[in-house]
Design a protein around this ligand. Sequence first.
Ligand SMILES: Cc1cc2nc3c(=O)[nH]c(=O)nc-3n(C[C@H](O)[C@H](O)[C@H](O)COP(=O)(O)OP(=O)(O)OC[C@H]3O[C@@H](n4cnc5c(N)ncnc54)[C@H](O)[C@@H]3O)c2cc1C
Length: 270
Amino acid sequence: MTVTVKTFARLDEAAGALTSERGARFLGGGTLVMRALNEADPAIATVVRSTDPALMQIALSSSRIELGAGVTMAMILAERELAFLHPVARAVGGPAVREAATVGGNLFAPSPYGDFATALLALDATATLAGPDKRELPLEELLGRRERSVALVARVAFARPATGAFRFAKVTRVRPKGVSVLSIAAQLPLASGRVAGARIAYGAMDRTPVRAKAAERALEGRSLDATAIAPALAVAADGTAPADDAIASAWWRREILPVHLRRLLLGEQV
Ligand SMILES: Cc1cc2nc3c(=O)[nH]c(=O)nc-3n(C[C@H](O)[C@H](O)[C@H](O)COP(=O)(O)OP(=O)(O)OC[C@H]3O[C@@H](n4cnc5c(N)ncnc54)[C@H](O)[C@@H]3O)c2cc1C
């Protein structure tokens, strides 16, 4: 089967081609798309690329962070001001994968992939779409509809978390570069030593990264000590629907989730 490659200078043109052509797939870093092409995936008839420099932009201020969808994990690791995200970027594959793997591609990577998307969900990020459907939408909404509609993400943006408020843990069987059994990202702002507005997200606990809303509610107003977090741990797996796959069973994922959430909340090493 012949695959056509179309390259556009502007993201909006690429988005137009993506939505108007059947079997069109956007190429980010290609760590998953190229694998699918090499396996002759019949669903891909056209590969859409863009050389728009906006894809690679990183815009940092003291309060807000914007990452072009084409920013790679290696670029994040090279940016000192994004140090709080380094454990997340470092958790994505090995060095070769991180050179190519993009932020945008991670949003669409099937579970159990999606470690960076999990972090972005905890950070309350928005995604800006390019092309005819151009708008900024909450990441949660994008993830919820990613299997039903085609969209080209131009960039993601989020408020810089307070120092020390962001935490991330990845549980894997193979260190340092195994695929997630699960991942947990949390933004835990404190007011007078108590949690005020927690956002917790899980990777590999559903078809897409998901919020841990029951645990978030149970943490509100609590301090981060063993007694106070117990109600949150009791509801840690509420609302999740993990899969049985080659990495772990759904049962195992639910069993170990509270153990690792406990360690993350108490600031212990996972
Ligand atoms: C050996 C190996 C190990 C891996 N380990 C991990 C891991 O530990 N953790 C993890 O999270 N992932 C892992 N991955 C999966 C993958 O590498 C990452 O998720 C990566 O971030 C995907 O980005 P990409 O740019 O390579 O995506 P691509 O392969 O280019 O694209 C993936 C999907 O996203 C879509 N897409 C890409 N960019 C956009 C955009 N801007 N807008 C809309 N759609 C877009 C593509 O059309 C495609 O459907 C691994 C992959 C491999 C091959």
